[in-house]
Write a protein that binds this ligand. Sequence first.
Ligand SMILES: NC(=O)c1ccc[n+]([C@@H]2O[C@H](COP(=O)([O-])OP(=O)(O)OC[C@H]3O[C@@H](n4cnc5c(N)ncnc54)[C@H](O)[C@@H]3O)[C@@H](O)[C@H]2O)c1
Length: 372
Amino acid sequence: MSEQGSNGPAFTVHLGGSGGHIKGWVVVDSLVDGLAMGGTRMTAGVTKEEVAGLARDMTEKFTLAGLRIGGAKAGIVAEGGDRGETFRTFGRTVKPLLHGGIHLGIDMGVTPADRAVFFDEAGYDPRYRLGAPDMPIDWRTYYEPLIDCTGHGVGVAALTALEASGRSGPARIVIQGFGAVGRAVARFLEDRGHVVVGIADVQGTISADRLPVADLVAITDEFGRIDHARLPQHVTVNREPDAWLDLDADLLVLAAQKYALNAENAHRLRARMVIEGANIASSDEAREKVAAAGVTLVPGVIANIGGAGSAALAVTRVVPFELSHEARKQWVFDWVADRVRTNTRDLLEIAASRAGDPLPELLATRRAELHR
Ligand SMILES: NC(=O)c1ccc[n+]([C@@H]2O[C@H](COP(=O)([O-])OP(=O)(O)OC[C@H]3O[C@@H](n4cnc5c(N)ncnc54)[C@H](O)[C@@H]3O)[C@@H](O)[C@H]2O)c1
């Protein structure tokens, strides 16, 4: 049963720290069968409202994917203290939540090593939960091989939108953000015959008639920063902010920061299709503007389900753990691709049938299916 309140989250916990100081929040937007999950983000500017918005996004992702788990999110205000101490304090503080069915993973500013610290301090191991079958493998063995899963799903959303538009032949693709998600999408779409004409990272936008994706991946660090000293000769570099918007392309993938597409820059968009790989990658005003201009936009709650969905498949014990390592990975990738394809198709069908944002109607349909 869903216990999501229509007016606000199921509950919000203000974190002051236990045996140490931290400032932050855990927002549980909804509970399904007593379960909820979401990532933990640590940034200097994180607010309770931001965490609540992200927790709502998690509810929507799981509802759309047909997973029986609610949405949550944690946010810690980065205050520059000792990192190990911060995550030990966080672990002690959220211990009752972790053991009570609120699984908290990682998000912006929090690494797998930080997660290991707070799981340890809380004595929490997602393999075991009262009343649920034990997971036969540990969390890292399950989850870490799935790093490209989000990019895979975002790529499937792009292919589905291209197909639905009726176009054939290679599409010209721009990718904003060349981190874990952006790199995986670039490889996925290039492998399927599309042409990547622009890639942006935090330093600027590089473009060419055809960018060599594998060569660029090879000169990019783990934070998604491309080494500009080693760029191929034929590429153009533009350091002007948001220059990725000005490129002549069929489809733009947003895989960097929140509100990358916003009220101030949306008029520059040239692509006719936008796929959100990042969370809340476009502001509400930007979405309205691009919709009015006839642009197709697939929101992150549909396209970027891979990371959260694959974690939720394990927490809810839906994944067939008995499969071999490779077969299990393929099963998860196929599951994500299937959900993303169906949701993208259904969203675009609703959008074609009437005016206005199609997402609320799709969410209502999926909510009814989930709780039938
Ligand atoms: N990794 C996942 O599985 C996952 C799942 C869902 C959502 N997300 C979200 O998607 C986004 C990308 O995730 P990631 O894991 O690839 O992150 P990442 O940190 O690995 O990479 C971020 C990329 O964005 C670039 N970037 C940052 N600011 C930019 C700007 N102003 N203009 C252009 N480029 C900019 C960075 O240089 C880098 O290339 C994040 O917002 C993340 O929260 C990630």
